[in-house]
Design a protein around this ligand. Sequence first.
Ligand code: GLU
Length: 311
Amino acid sequence: MTERAYVGRLAPSPTGALHLGNARTFMIAWLRARSQGGKVVFRMEDLDHPRDKPGAATAAVEDLRWLGFDWDAEYVQSERRPFYREALEKLITAGRAYPCVCSRRDVETAQSAPHDGEQLFYPGICRGRFATWNAAVDHLRAQGAARIPCWRFRVDEGEKVAFRDAFAGDFEQDVARTLGDFPLARDEFGAGYTLAVAVDDAAMGVTEVVRGDDLLAATPAQVLVCRALGIEPPAYCHVPLVVGEDGRRLAKRHGDTRIASYRAAGMRPEEIIGRLAATCGWGDGEPTSLRNLLNVFTLDTIPHIPAVWRT
Ligand code: GLU
């Protein structure tokens, strides 16, 4: 038996300018692939319309190229809607997807225990309630509600997901108990993150997903979607995020950490890569290139705590 060749991916969302935090995660993802002779897929995740910023997609590509990234294939999610729709139809036919009219407030009210995370538990209020999407739309219209329904995934009792993450280690989630029937897509045709990511990673032959550990808890839902579609899920490697000195996730309040701003200020890509590499234990911050890091790359020296960026 031969092992499948490694295929990794860079999957930015055009919701803002590429900053140091994104760059560090992409650096790890790219090195993980290239250091074992693997391929890299670039995928623009532009389905999140209210949050997408015009021009951010092109700018992210420019920033990544300037930093020295390359890739072997390029995809744009908004051009792939027919694939998501096809997958959604499969799930509907299999009884694994149903329309839901609940508002966030409805879901909050239905919590049996206070929830601290972003993900709320959904106890299946709309399961079996509407025969079609249009029936759900009519229901909301009759109530005078301005929102549209969403599609939810039916999680069966006892459905658990366990996997060994290459960085975070063993991870297990009892999805039926912690998440319940999670949202699959927020439009009629299935173009939503959870469904799209499962469909795309499979279609693009991605063998391992390297991304920020803010998505670790969202992974089991993606694995269940893969299973329901008969897709083998990729392997996972979730790495810590970059935070400011106050311990909070890198953001505007920590000053301007946009790659484009460093570039405009005359910084060289090697200086940025060198400093980011130092946060992974590869060197002392001396300027270097992505290619030079291929020789020293290892996950073993990356701290298992968020990287603190000191300005
Ligand atoms: N596009 C997502 C983001 O930028 C990443 C999704 C993923 O890596 O699965 O946050």
